[in-house]
Design a protein around this ligand. Structure first.
Ligand code: EPZ
Length: 430
């Protein structure tokens, strides 16, 4: 339950090194369960979500070897996962409760070992987060699924069978789970209305390197010709577009100039367009981009979250913080999650002028100044939005429940300090 203290008012200048993508690392780590050979994954971020998933894999019987190495100019993590034979096919409540992406073991364990028991993750701060698409697609592939004592218990006689599945929502999680399940199924699976987020293309890339036969990367129709066996590989995961977008807002909101090294600008077109319209200048570099807002008059812009390549829901809270101190009114519409405005009351405690309409829309009217306050993190991205507000508020902001940030932002205070922020972690003993 550490806290973060920020004294606002300093423009940020310098370089931030963007880390490997959390939401790519999580499914790719689970893809290692599809082979009994070692899989080495490079560029894994140092995050508590990765530690939580590693703990789950250890209890399934995976051997894990971690090493830190300098790559692309900063310290990264390379981890080898090796599961010759799992010692358990159960993902228990205590693991899944901590980290819902633990559900990525479902597809791999079922398709390779024909049985899996997964504690149902349940809802979380941002929404109900159902798993109906994952489960109904696996059933169409021949799995028998029961919900018992809070667990999904899934079995299949022989191999899963290829099927034509059409998703009612372009779910990232279901696309990953069904891709992994279909890779070792018998016959061909077609996924209609698959997610097109860059994380999916990276998963397809490693699966194909492991011997899978998947066509259609970056489109909403994926065709997977099942194979009998996959083999070990070494794979470097892509960099984190959401981390890059978050620091891009930090540069803009403080009227600074920050270079985001290794930032995947190609995956950020929609948010960068909005940032430009807000008044910041974006300069591309060989390996990232620079956000410059030193002389910018920030003007509020509407934001509508959508599936990729639309505006990412995982940057909605950060852009809302920016609009709080931009001139004029901005309408923020959240179309992916039903409850992702938990940061609004906290921003309002700092003086923001926000009116929420129903569950999906909020009007933000820019104010000249925010004032510091103790605030409460509710989820990962909301927490970053509060840090952003703290960076421009007058006085000392304390952000409570920092464990949310540790799940998804590597070395946050160090990265902010390196660009001149007055930020410090207050350690609270357990
Ligand atoms: C992933 O969650 C990300 N998490 C989320 O990031 C991100 O917000 C989300 O995708 C959307 O981009 C990880 O990658 C670990 P979905 P996921 O399945 O896969 C509905 C962060 O901050 N749906 O794409 O769980 C669902 O209710 C996190 O890093 C069903 O109806 O999201 C939602 O409306 C938060 N039935 C929509 O689909 C299902 O079976 C998208 O959800 C599955 C999903």
């Amino acid at each position: 339950m550490d806290k973060i203290k920020i004294i606002g008012g300093k423009p940020l200048f310098g370089k931030v090194f963007i880390s490997g993508a959390k939401n790519t690392a999580l499914p790719i780590i689970c893809a290692s369960l599809l082979t009994d050979e070692p899989v080495t994954i490079q560029n894994i971020p140092f995050l508590s979500d990765i530690k939580s998933l590693n703990a789950l894999l250890l209890q399934l019987g995976t051997k894990i070897e971690e090493k830190s190495e300098e790559r692309n100019g900063h310290l990264t993590q390379t981890i080898t996962y090796h599961t010759p034979q799992p010692t358990s096919l159960v993902a228990p409540y205590d693991y899944v409760r901590k980290m819902r992406a633990s559900y990525y073991v479902l597809g791999p364990l079922l398709t390779k070992y024909r049985h899996v028991e997964l504690s149902l993750p349940g809802g979380c701060a941002i929404g109900a987060r159902p798993m109906d698409i994952h489960l109904s697609s696996l059933e169409q592939m021949g799995a028998k699924i029961e919900i018992k004592n809070g667990y999904v218990v899934a079995d299949v006689d022989g191999r899963l069978q290829g099927a034509h599945v059409a998703f009612h929502s372009a779910s990232v999680g279901a696309t990953c789970n069904i891709l992994m399940a279909a890779a070792l199924a018998e016959g061909t699976t077609v996924i209609e209305n698959a997610a097109k987020e860059p994380e999916i293309a990276d998963l397809i890339d490693i699966l194909n390197k492991m011997g899978a036969q998947i066509e259609g990367a970056n489109t909403s129709t994926l065709t997977i010709h099942g194979v009998e066996k996959l083999h070990g590989v070494t794979h470097e995961i892509i960099n984190d577009r959401i981390e890059a977008g978050s620091y891009a807002v930090a540069a803009a909101i403080t009227h600074g100039r920050v270079e985001l090294v290794n930032a995947p600008a190609q995956f950020l077109q929609t948010p960068l367009d909005i940032l430009r319209k807000t008044g910041a200048t974006i300069e591309m570099t060989d390996n990232g981009f620079i956000v410059d807002a030193q002389n910018a008059k920030l003007v509020g812009q509407d934001v509508f979250t959508d599936y990729y390549p639309g505006f990412p829901t995982d940057l909605q809270a950060q852009f809302m913080a920016l609009m709080c101190v931009s001139e004029g009114a901005a309408m923020i519409t959240e179309s992916i999650w039903e409850n992702r405005f938990m940061h609004v009351p906290e921003l309002m405690r700092m003086g923001a002028n926000i009116n929420v309409h129903g569950h999906a829309s909020a009007i933000v009217r820019g104010v000249e100044k925010l004032s510091a306050a103790p605030v409460m993190s509710t989820d990962l991205r909301a927490s970053f939005a509060l840090i952003l507000a703290g960076l421009v508020a007058e006085g000392e902001t304390i952000v409570n429940r920092v464990y949310h940030l540790d799940r998804g932002y590597e070395h946050l205070e160090e990265k902010f300090k390196a660009i001149g922020a007055d930020i410090e972690r207050i350690k609270i003993p357990d």
